[in-house]
Design a protein around this ligand. Sequence first.
Ligand code: GUN
Length: 298
Amino acid sequence: MSNKIIDGKLISSEIREKVKKFGSQLKNKTGKVPGLAVVLVGENPASRVYVKNKIEKTIEVGFNSIEHKLSEKVSENELIDLVDKLNNDENVQGILVQLPLPEHVNSDKILDRIKPEKDVDGFHANNVGKLWSGLNSLVPCTPLGCSILIKKISKDLSGKHAVIIGRSNIVGKPMAALLLEMNATVTICHSRTKDLESVCKNADIIVAAVGIPEMVKSNWIKEGSIIIDVGINRIERDAKKILVGDVDYDDCLTKCSLITPVPGGVGPMTIACLLLNTLLASYPQFNQPTPDLSSILE
Ligand code: GUN
């Protein structure tokens, strides 16, 4: 493996080991095991794969997995009732409602119904506000995973220009807050950005989360830049179905200093951070002091 590759698969498995160790210490102290409830609505094939992986890894770290698979036709009120039930269930410390939800359901309403202290996705307005205020909060899993990878390279990004491509609530916006906390100068780009290429050429760090296969080419990037590729795009090449990121990996590899591969980069970090968030959410619910994130990860 090239020494330019950031091995998210390895780093995520180390994090899951640490979560398992801290979870078992918490159980020894309190007699309680963290529980993660996952709610899947409908038959979206990608969501089904993600949820299956989340459940498998939850069980692997020794947590309880609570699964709710609902029909595409479920009403908004039925979903709200389920969230209320999980909010009040003392065997559930974390709640994740897999997105996207069907169009007839108002996702914001459902996400804001989750108790902020059980919001392991970090999507509740209370957690979003805390993140942007620099306060302790549950942080969305994918950007948290990206920030852990970046912190392995450098904890302080003073003087560095970070460019995020994509302004979603799941990745782009929370990623900007985390990079600001690390003292980077941050630019968020999106579909209406003029001359995206030249903005990227100025970046020391690029986080690509746009959902367009292999959009970022080597002539878009600065020599020695760090590339974090959040994209997971299923495409067909040479009559084979493959996964590619938002960055043209082969093209950028020689020019960048470090890059996350797809698969095996950011993807596995997202699940590891979901388990990390479930662990972090469990301490206050079990009346225990929450350790620092850095003391868990060290
Ligand atoms: N769909 C795609 N990414 C995510 C995520 O991080 N959390 C949830 N709940 N749904 C998603």
